[in-house]
Design a binder for this molecule. Structure first.
Ligand code: GTP
Ligand code: MG
Length: 369
């Protein structure tokens, strides 16, 4: 048999590149209004797609803020922590590699926050204020709940029954629709956090990125044809391991043909019809969900092409800079610059100030007293 060669490029399907919604815009302006009272930003990215789940819009609004980057869902990912180190060390950016449901990981985050608090020259009199931000469905609300249990509970091993979950979570994007009221995470020192809705980019740069975001659940299941998504997953898996081992439960040799794989999946699940046909959408969705939800330990994934290719720090910075330039030209970005200036600190000079602005000013003043 001839040697199997994985595909090096994926067909450019006509997939919508935008999923930016009204509540994303609203959350962005709320972020701008609350920004003056924030002492620290927790930016959550999915570590199965560390580049695609980076939203450069936040950099505009919060460029002057101290930030801790949290790469979530480490239990579902094969991303090497070394790669993150390579990317972040020269920029002196703080990051952590976490499972949002894991109490030990959340304890480490709280300890890091307490350390940052201790290093603050002037301590905020009413406690430290954080905001948790990120793309949809990366685990922000789950993280708030676990950090709260750890921060307000007494021990880190058993589940505290006293500390209730305060943030609604769920498997689809868009579960959190509006910025929360302030939530207490710990008492000594006083640490409070705002949970925010996941915010999408105005548009993503190409169909590959959209497919990557589909595989980590940043966009709704119904948004992309499951067969295309299943095929993209096969394309990525073959690049990671061209032996076919990653789907050896279903077939004995590697393939570039999603229909061959789907046929074999249907066969091994006994869902083939007598005429040899099968429910394409059902099988494709089953195949995607194995990886998306990490149905067992063997389905750990990495869905960012650049991360699979192990790009170096220079290339990673170049990708981010190009992305900043591209998103910088969008209307959404222009609106932010008009309202909050280039770094999120200035007030809008062209627009008449509204009652909402005055309310935000008042809150910010009170918090900083
Ligand atoms: N395996 C695993 N699942 C996680 C982790 N973090 C969150 N989840 C799951 O991911 C899904 C989304 O979590 P949420 O906390 O609702 O995500 P979110 O970022 O608040 O989502 P939006 O509010 O829609 O933007 C839920 O089903 C969580 O149980 C993690 O670290 N590992
Ligand atoms: Mg949420």
């Amino acid at each position: 048999m001839s040697k199997f060669i994985p595909r090096s490029t994926f067909p450019n399907y006509n997939i919508p590149l935008s999923n930016f919604k009204g509540h994303h815009q609203k959350a962005l302006s709320k972020l701008g209004h609350l920004s003056p009272q924030l002492d620290l930003i927790l930016e959550v990215r999915d570590c199965r797609a560390p580049i695609a789940t980076t939203n450069v819009l936040f950099d505009k609004l919060l460029s002057t803020k101290r930030k801790l980057i949290l790469y979530s869902k480490k239990d579902l990912s094969i991303l090497k922590p070394n790669l993150l180190n390579k990317w972040h060390s020269s920029k002196n950016e703080s990051y952590m590699f976490i499972d949002c449901r894991n109490r030990t990981d959340c304890k480490k985050i709280i300890t890091a926050i307490q350390k940052i608090y201790e290093d603050l020259e002037s301590k905020p009199p009413l406690g430290m204020r954080l905001m948790i931000i990120g793309m949809p469905n990366v685990g922000k609300s789950t993280l708030v709940n676990t950090m709260r249990q750890v921060g307000l509970g007494n021990d880190t091993t058993s589940v505290s029954t006293k500390v209730k979950k305060v943030a609604k979570t769920g498997g689809q994007p868009g579960v959190t629709r509006s910025t929360s009221e302030i939530i207490r995470l710990s008492k000594d020192p006083e640490v409070m956090v705002y949970d925010t809705p996941g915010i999408f980019l105005p548009t993503v740069k190409n169909a590959d990125t959209m497919l990557t975001l589909g595989l980590v659940g940043c966009i709704h299941d119904s948004f992309i044809d499951p067969v295309i998504l299943a095929d993209y997953l096969l394309f990525l898996l073959n690049l990671q391991n061209p032996t076919g081992k990653l789907y050896s439960d279903y077939m004995s040799h590697p393939t570039n043909d999603i229909y061959e794989l789907m046929f074999n999946i249907a066969k091994s699940r006994n869902t083939l019809k007598p005429n040899g046909s099968y429910d394409e959408l059902g099988v494709a969705t089953h195949w995607i969900n194995l990886w998306k939800q990490g149905k067992s330990k063997k389905y750990k994934g990495l869905f960012d092409l650049a991360a699979i290719q192990d790009v170096n720090e220079e290339k990673w910075s170049e990708i981010n800079n190009l992305e900043r330039e591209r998103v910088g030209l969008s209307k959404v970005n222009q609106k932010l610059v008009d309202s909050f200036g280039n770094d999120g600190t200035s007030k809008n000079f062209n627009r008449k100030r509204t009652a909402k602005d005055r309310e935000a000013d008042m809150k910010n003043r009170l918090f900083k007293l």
